[in-house]
Write a protein that binds this ligand. Structure first.
Ligand SMILES: Nc1nc2c(c(=O)[nH]1)N[C@H]1C(S)=C(S)[C@@H](COP(=O)(O)OP(=O)(O)OC[C@H]3O[C@@H](n4cnc5c(=O)[nH]c(N)nc54)[C@H](O)[C@@H]3O)O[C@H]1N2
Ligand SMILES: Nc1nc2c(c(=O)[nH]1)N[C@H]1C(S)=C(S)[C@@H](COP(=O)(O)OP(=O)(O)OC[C@H]3O[C@@H](n4cnc5c(=O)[nH]c(N)nc54)[C@H](O)[C@@H]3O)O[C@H]1N2
Ligand code: SF4
Ligand SMILES: [Mo]
Length: 717
């Protein structure tokens, strides 16, 4: 008889509910969508095909040790056992720390590591603290650290995050997101193929996308797209705020009650009228005014932004202005506006003082302990090159492909005394490592869906057992970190708990906050506990963490740390820019998930076998380019070769590529290696002035590039 168990996917934010079916011998046969789950969400093809990752013959099943020099492109790896690997790594890490201090050990953790496994994430801080390093990097500075740092300044805590009430809103303004493909970010929405967005329209509301590309999310049933020039949203938002003020759309009672430094906000945006920003943003002044008036006319409105703005040069400013629009129009904390979904644990730590960290390339500031305030990953190559960092530990991440500056990263790895990767695969970053340690995947450990909690429009927590025991020598994240601590001679959770029940205990401890136990969760329908949503305006009591309980509408740090001058300087730069300048943006597709899932042959068909450069018809015509032409895409940071794909969805002046490709040297993932594609992150700026000064976000969209036919290939200096 086929046995069935409840579980959930951990690839992205919805954490879609799944049912695993089993053979008589306990092997997972199939992953199916749980159509009866109370969230109403179903799963997408990536989650449903995860067994391909689980069973991939290229999966790591044993620790690998590199036996040749890192200067040789292709790693020569031999199998080893955990004890030998751990004692060697532990001794070498202890040696680096002894000789150069704790900050010579850097840690980079990736998205899959931090978001897909509660026990690994919670074991992380004790691990980092025992090593004592502040050199902490992650995917967050390419993703959404601007929102977290922005929230710390506006509301007092990095943990505060508000989401659009798409289930109730009358007007939804969605900038730089493509939820149809990405399934949302920094808000967890049951995976319903945008039905909730269509419903806005159906109940008489409006949806407006703002994007340089006519995205898959924008249809007749959802709403239109204003095709903005990339990298200019901060000015578009400033003009919206100005118009809202001019039109008398400010909810003065609310703003007086909860806001401070409001006049400074008006001073900041004052000069950026709809007329003035129109040529720079490429959006008609009338369209800007229309959006502002639509927000004001709607009984409720929610403005939401995602990676297209986060990754611009001004992610913090964009976040700030979006929050201000929601606040001053009275939509923050309103049903149909933006709000804080209730969560199992609702505690917002204040940011605390920032401590300077001196390095060869300047002084960074983060709290100590850093929490989620990470150093800029774009600075990693230079810190390795200059000797600030002597050992690099990469946990479930692939910085070689997902951060800018691959060439510099690769070269700088040669300066390291030790590099360790912990991953499902021997991927591009692993290829450069001394050790690659085999990780469990999310079918191989118990978990709760705590990560999206607090951001879910359908608040709930699901529990899952491990669907199967870890295959071969794969180990869980919490175990690897604690085993490493032991090997370094540090106290470790394994000392007291060698039976390896840490994950179970941690999960049990968290469930206690909701009055549940693992047993009680197993008995709940769908192993899911529903969380009652507090009234939307409860956020004014719960989420305003500054000691005076106010929202800081113009934080001093924004002025003192250079955001104001930068805002004006970038505007002047954009005004002076040549009309023909091409700008590169990122394009997520259904077939890639950041750099991983690249080894699944089912996802590598058709155009997905390469990584084409999308070019608008007008730009192609101007440059005499046709579909399938080979071109060189370059700028002062690097150069890649790609094939042209003419894409009429793009605004003129914009070219697009997908990140995560570039597996030419990833010999351990054979499907990906045969269809490597080009790594567009080679083109991303990584100099100090290119990094957002407060949130340390990488600049990854609207990056100037040149495109020439491959026959005119330029040799770069
Ligand atoms: N140009 C450009 N670059 C971008 C982006 C963009 O839009 N444009 N997006 C950025 C964003 S938003 C993000 S989040 C980053 C992501 O950047 P990273 O987090 O560095 O990259 P991923 O590709 O998500 O890497 C995840 C790695 O974790 C491994 N993995 C998967 N599951 C597990 C597990 O359970 N345990 C362990 N140990 N490993 C596991 C995978 O095999 C893979 O190698 O990329 C960023 N880079
Ligand atoms: N299939 C798939 N799903 C994913 C991922 C994946 O790699 N593949 N990654 C996951 C991760 S880690 C994340 S963080 C989320 C991200 O989720 P989203 O933020 O929704 O990600 P994208 O689809 O990259 O959407 C960004 C949009 O911004 C637009 N854009 C680029 N530059 C600008 C600009 O300057 N201004 C404006 N207004 N728009 C701009 C792009 O055209 C694009 O449509 O997706 C998650 N889901
Ligand atoms: S939408 Fe994300 S969480 Fe849901 S099945 Fe697909 S990959 Fe998994
Ligand atoms: Mo991300």
């Amino acid at each position: 008889m086929t046995q069935k168990k409840h579980t959930f996917c951990r690839i992205c934010e919805p954490n879609c509910p799944l049912i695993a079916t089993f053979d008589g011998d306990g092997k997972i046969k199939e992953l199916l969508p749980n159509r009866n789950h109370p969230s109403g969400g179903v799963a997408c093809h990536k989650g449903l095909s995860f067994l391909d990752v689980h069973h991939d013959s290229d999966r790591l099943d044993q620790p690998l040790r590199r036996v040749n020099a890192r200067t040789e492109g292709m790693g020569d790896f031999v199998n080893t056992d955990w004890d030998s690997a751990m004692s060697d790594i532990g001794a070498r890490l202890a040696g680096v720390r002894e000789a150069h201090g704790p900050n010579a050990i850097a840690i980079y953790y990736g998205n899959a590591f931090s978001c897909g496994n509660v026990s690994a994430l919670f074991a992380f801080e004790p691990f980092r603290a025992s090593i004592g390093t502040r050199m902490l990097f992650s995917g967050i500075t390419q993703d959404t650290q601007n929102k977290m740092i922005g929230a710390a300044h506006l509301y007092g805590s990095m943990g505060v995050g508000f989401v659009p009430d798409i289930r109730n809103t009358d007007y939804f303004l969605c900038l730089g997101a493509n939820p149809r493909i990405s399934r949302w970010t920094y808000v967890s929405v049951p995976n319903d193929d945008l039905q909730m967005v269509r419903d806005i329209r159906k109940r008489g509301g409006k949806v407006q996308f703002v994007n340089p590309r006519l995205i898959e999310s924008s249809t007749e049933e959802t709403g239109p797209t204003l095709r903005i020039k990339p990298g200019t949203d901060a000015y578009f938002l400033a003009a919206l705020l100005n118009t809202i003020k001019l039109e008398g759309g400010v909810d003065t009672d609310l703003v007086n009650r909860y806001g401070k430094n409001v006049d400074a906000l008006w001073g900041f945006v004052g000069a950026y009228t709809a007329e003035r920003v129109s040529p720079v943003t490429g959006v008609d002044a009338d369209d800007i005014r229309r959006v502002a008036l639509d927000i004001l006319a709607a009984p409720s409105a929610a403005v939401y932004m995602a990676t297209g703005l986060n990754q611009s040069r001004q992610g913090v400013v964009c976040y700030w202005l979006v929050e201000m629009i929601n606040f001053v129009t009275g939509n923050l904390g309103r049903q149909g506006g933006t709000y804080r979904p209730s969560a199992l644990v609702e505690q917002f730590e204040p940011l605390g003082e920032l401590e300077p960290l001196d390095t060869s390339i300047g002084t960074f500031k983060t709290p100590n302990p850093p929490g989620y305030y990470h150093l800029p990953a774009a600075a990693l190559p230079r810190l390795m090159e200059n000797g600030d960092i002597k050992a690099l530990i990469v946990l479930g991440g692939n910085p070689r492909l997902t951060v800018g500056g691959e060439g510099a990263f690769r070269a700088a790895c040669n300066n390291l005394d030790l590099m360790v990767s912990f991953d499902l695969f021997r991927q591009a970053t692993g290829e450069l490592s001394d050790y690659i340690l085999p990780s469990t995947d999310w079918l191989e450990h118990p978990d709760i869906s705590l990560l999206p909690n607090g951001f879910q429009v359908f608040p709930h927590v699901q529990y899952t057992d491990a669907m199967v025991a870890p295959h071969a020598d794969r180990r869980d994240g919490w175990w690897v970190m604690n085993r490493l601590l032991q090997a370094m001679g540090e106290p470790s959770a394994l000392d007291a708990n060698p039976q390896a029940t840490y994950a179970e205990e941690l999960i049990a401890g968290m469930l206690m906050a909701g009055g549940q136990t693992v047993e009680s969760m197993r008995e709940q329908p769908d192993q899911t506990m529903l969380i009652e949503q507090a009234p939307h305006d409860a956020l004014f009591d719960k989420c305003l963490v500054h000691t005076d309980g106010k929202i800081d509408c113009c934080p001093d740090a924004f002025r003192t740390r250079g955001l104001f001058e930068r805002f004006d300087a970038i505007f002047s730069e954009l005004e002076a820019e040549d009309e023909s300048q091409l700008k590169l943006i990122s394009l997520r597709t259904r077939y890639m998930h950041n750099s991983w899932l690249a080894n699944n042959p089912k996802l590598r068909r058709g155009t997905q076998s390469t990584n084409p450069l999308h070019v608008s018809p007008a730009d192609a015509k101007e440059r005499g380019l046709f579909d399938g032409d080979q071109v060189q895409v370059f700028n002062k940071h690097g150069s890649v070769d790609a094939e042209v794909l003419i894409d009429s969805d793009l605004r003129r002046g914009v070219v697009a590529m997908t990140h995560g490709y570039g597996n030419q040297d990833s010999f351990g993932i054979r499907v990906a290696n045969r269809k490597p594609g080009a790594n567009c992150n080679v083109l991303m700026p990584i100099e100090e002035e290119d990094i957002e000064p407060i949130s340390y976000m990488s600049w990854m969209t609207a990056v100037p590039v040149e495109v020439v036919s491959a026959t005119n290939h330029k040799v770069l200096p």
